[in-house]
Design a protein around this ligand. Structure first.
Ligand code: SF4
Ligand code: SF4
Length: 432
């Protein structure tokens, strides 16, 4: 396999330095610094790759400051695969241990240990759930004590997702039959890591919508985290180790599709084929798995969506808008399908969100490791939400939900966030 921890010079030279990506880059727009733009970062990568510049703190800072939102890829007329470049640069930084020790330790604990096994994710989730049930976090938050010690820690604690009462990997599967009609499709389903323990109800909503659209849903019990957080943060070895397990877990040739409800996971599983293209044992299977991956909105766009004539009361007469998760719109190019599905539901008013494709600042673990910057990017998203004040803002990624819900709560906004799958379940099952 090629050494992927050094940015590929062949891709670097595709950049024609036209600058058309600059107004689409949140970090460039926020700072006005050329070096914080896609073009500037590409120049830095090329200088490091040519040996003109060392792998300095400045280089580490700029690769780290990038959101990996890939808005620049959408804007680029030369087809520069910027996401692959920044991830390779981060892998080089990770390999050469150039990050600050606390960040490195945090990443190695969460990415290199917790997320590598489902049992560890469940263990940590159970500890968090127990801690939440003691009432201590609520009491600390109400008293303002944490804020007196550290405003950053106080803010960060609000990003810890509420752990579900039951984990979806314990509840779903291994095979769920379609509701009320013959099997039209046999689809695999990834329960994910955060989705499994913090958004189990959304996983159930997704499976229910699939079952009501003629799907037999297979939930392989040996599946693991998709590995996207690892790859985006430069930990290629663990990303590949997880991907290999999932390629085997979803190797069933009788599956028509593999349906996803998390933008980051879907984007990364679509990349498995490319990542293992030169692996003599896995190339073919990885290619087949990637070719079957569909976001839930893509799948329903192809298979047909049948909303109820009487959607659930929670949607009736509501103004609905949609936020595009970066790894759905920029990486997977899924833009039209969610809008078509939302607009097809009777009794709602759909309003387009201004700058809906602008990153909310969540960006994987960016809102943890660069908390202050992530709040700056969140503010622009909140301004756009305030400008149309929808009742419900729909989106297809857990990270965006945590980030935007945090901002809306701080705003005391009347707008609530809802995952696309939950919206679709309410739209097609009026009894919910
Ligand atoms: S990925 Fe996003 S933040 Fe990074 S350079 Fe591209 S547009 Fe800017
Ligand atoms: S739009 Fe593409 S080619 Fe132009 S500067 Fe940006 S990355 Fe380079």
């Amino acid at each position: 396999m090629a050494d992927r921890t050094v940015p590929d010079y062949d891709i670097l030279v595709h950049c024609i330095h036209c600058g058309l990506c600059l107004p689409h880059c949140p970090t460039y727009v926020a700072t006005g610094n050329e070096r914080s733009s896609p073009r500037g970062r590409i120049r830095l990568m090329k200088s490091v790759s040519d040996g003109v510049l060392p792998l300095s703190d400045l280089f580490v800072e700029e690769m780290d400051f990038c959101l990996d939102c890939q808005a620049c890829e959408t804007a680029c007329p030369a087809g520069v695969k910027y996401g692959a470049l920044v991830e390779a640069a981060r892998a080089q930084i990770y390999e050469e241990k150039k990050e600050r020790w606390l960040r490195r330790l945090t990443k190695r604990f969460f990415l290199g240990w917790v997320l590598m096994k489902r049992t560890r994710i469940h263990l940590l989730a159970k500890v968090l759930r127990w801690y939440d049930r003691t009432g201590i976090p609520h009491a600390l938050s109400e008293s303002g004590a944490v804020g007196l010690i550290s405003a950053r820690l106080d803010s960060l604690l609000k990003f810890v997702p509420k752990i579900s009462g039951r984990f979806s990997s314990d509840e779903l599967g291994p095979i769920l039959m379609p509701v009320g009609e013959d099997t039209r499709y046999k689809v695999g389903f990834l329960t994910g890591c955060v989705m499994d323990v913090a958004y189990a109800a959304i996983n159930e909503d997704t499976v229910e919508v699939l079952r009501r659209h003629g799907c037999q849903v297979v939930v392989p019990c040996d599946q693991v985290c998709c590995g996207s957080l690892h790859a985006h943060n430069g930990d290629y070895a663990n990303a590949d180790a997880l991907a290999k397990i999932n390629i085997q877990a979803f190797a069933d040739d009788s599956l028509d599709f593999i349906v996803m409800n998390s933008a980051g996971c879907g984007a990364f599983m679509k990349e498995y084929g490319h990542r293992f293209a030169h692996d003599p044992f896995l190339a073919e299977q990885a290619r087949k798995v990637s070719a079957k991956v569909r976001d839930i909105t893509e799948f329903l766009g192809e298979a047909g969506f049948h909303p109820s004539t009487q959607p659930a009361r929670i949607l009736k007469g509501k103004t609905i808008s949609y936020h595009d998760a970066c790894h759905l719109v920029h990486t997977q190019k899924v833009y039209r399908q969610p809008r078509d599905l939302l607009r097809s539901v009777p009794g709602i008013l759909y309003k387009e969100l201004p700058e809906s494709t602008w990153c909310c600042g969540s960006a994987g673990i960016y809102n943890i490791v660069r908390h202050g910057d992530s709040l700056t990017f969140l503010e622009r998203k909140l301004q756009n939400i305030r400008s149309i004040a929808p009742d419900i803002l729909v989106m297809g990624n857990p990270g965006c939900m945590i980030q935007i819900a945090f901002g809306l709560e701080r705003d005391k906004s009347a707008t609530s966030v809802m995952h696309t799958s939950t919206f679709l379940r309410h739209a097609c099952c009026s009894e919910v």
